[in-house]
Design a protein around this ligand. Structure first.
Ligand SMILES: Nc1ncnc2c1ncn2[C@@H]1O[C@H](COP(=O)(O)OP(=O)(O)OP(=O)(O)O)[C@@H](O)[C@H]1O
Ligand SMILES: [Mg+2]
Length: 368
């Protein structure tokens, strides 16, 4: 049965340093929650505390309503899948998958039934008698997942399970993990620093930064309503264009200066930015267009570089002191080293306060 996982004021100190600082997180039964953030921000430490592989320095962790702070890992109803798979090289796939069960008192018949079920879910049937050295990276990854599945955990914990795989296999395994979750319905905590993995897998994403939670939300909430410029530039690829800007108020019209052009802001932005001394302007690559549309306004720049991807391309455009990336749909490429007129969707622009990094203005109605 899937369980809820609850972290309340969780702290982890290594020596004098709080590497995880007052983390609060409620995960509902069956939910797929992904922890993302830059290297060293405390993702693995948080997961390892839930697994019981790391003592907690403060706060409470409960699983299925029961405080597990002092429970051994094996008594928490969790199964963890690691980045390096941690398979036993001298054991067959079957014995690797059943290893944990054979240590306990599970009857042989039941072990075989569980291994066969896991093997069929993960399509490992024909490989059960092989050893890890005779498997591909993706197959080894599936064995590691098989070992977790046979334990019928209430909670799956994944720490960057796909980062040792090449890009194509990673995409394929990502789909398999999603299918697996749809089928088994377990609660999942999944750590990655790959925002694409986070966006495609998560019911909710937890963005961490320097040991604290920066924002929690569904993929579309984080994409459309980032709380800070940090989240805005972490979620989405290529990231949101963010650069310093100044505002003007000509003839009582509020506008943001972008290069030599002005983008009109709605009147209610005036109140939103009243307390901000310095602002950052943000707009996503997909909200800048090469042809005019409704609610767009023109700005002028110079094409520095074009990255063709086949069905679309990323156009790097110099505007004043900043370089913007524009996602251009279609196969036709714009020419490099030429002037260009861009059309910015005025309903999809963001303003961030430099001092707090917080988003102070965006059009919430347009975003939803
Ligand atoms: N055993 C330890 N002793 C001291 N410091 C540690 C220990 N383990 C982790 N840290 C520190 O705690 C911080 C968080 O580490 P953690 O492994 O949780 O980061 P992470 O977000 O998983 O990063 P990555 O994406 O690189 O895996 C880092 O600054 C790290 O150096
Ligand atoms: Mg880590």
């Amino acid at each position: 049965m899937p369980a809820n996982v609850s972290l309340t004021n969780v702290v982890k100190k290594f020596g004098p340093v709080n590497v995880v600082n007052d983390v609060n997180l409620e995960i509902t039964p069956g939910e797929f929650v992904v922890l993302v953030g830059p290297s060293g921000c405390g993702k693995s430490t948080t997961l390892r505390m839930v697994a019981g592989l790391e003592h907690i320095s403060g706060g409470t962790i409960s699983i299925d309503g029961k405080v597990v702070n002092h429970l051994a890992p094996k008594d928490r109803g969790v199964a963890m899948v690691f980045q390096n798979y941690a398979l036993y090289p001298h054991l067959t796939v079957r014995d690797n998958i059943s290893f944990g069960l054979r240590l306990g008192r599970t009857p042989r018949k039941e072990i075989d039934a569980k291994v066969d079920r896991a093997a069929s879910i993960l399509e490992l049937g024909p490989l059960l008698d092989r050893q890890p050295a005779e498997l591909s990276g993706g197959q080894r990854q599936r064995v590691a997942m098989g070992r977790a599945i046979v334990r019928d955990p209430q909670v799956f914990l994944f720490d960057e399970p796909l980062s040792n795989l090449d890009a194509k296999l990673r995409t394929q395994m990502r789909t398999e993990i999603k299918r697996l979750h749809a089928r088994l319905g377990n609660t999942v905590m999944y750590v990655t620093h790959d925002q694409l993995e986070a966006m495609t897998l998560a019911d909710r994403i937890v963005v961490m930064r320097k040991g604290v939670i920066e924002q929690i939300g569904t993929p579309s909430e984080l994409f459309n309503s980032p709380a800070t410029s940090f989240v805005a530039t972490f979620i989405g690829s290529p990231p949101m264009n963010v650069f310093p800007c100044t505002l003007t108020s000509d003839a009582d019209r509020l506008a943001v200066n972008v290069g030599g052009d002005k983008l009109a802001l709605p009147e209610r932005a005036r109140h939103a930015v009243a307390n901000s001394k310095e602002l950052l302007f943000g707009v996503r690559p997909e909200d800048i267009h090469l042809a005019p549309r409704d609610n767009t306004q023109a700005i002028h720049g110079h094409v520095e570089l074009v990255e063709p991807l086949g069905g679309e391309s990323f156009v790097h455009v110099r505007i004043g002191d900043a370089t913007l990336i524009v996602r251009s749909e279609g196969r036709k490429l714009v020419e490099s080293d030429k002037p260009i007129t861009l059309h910015v969707d005025l309903q999809r622009i963001y303003l961030f306060d430099v001092a707090t990094d917080r988003c102070v203005f965006h059009d919430t109605e347009a975003a939803s």
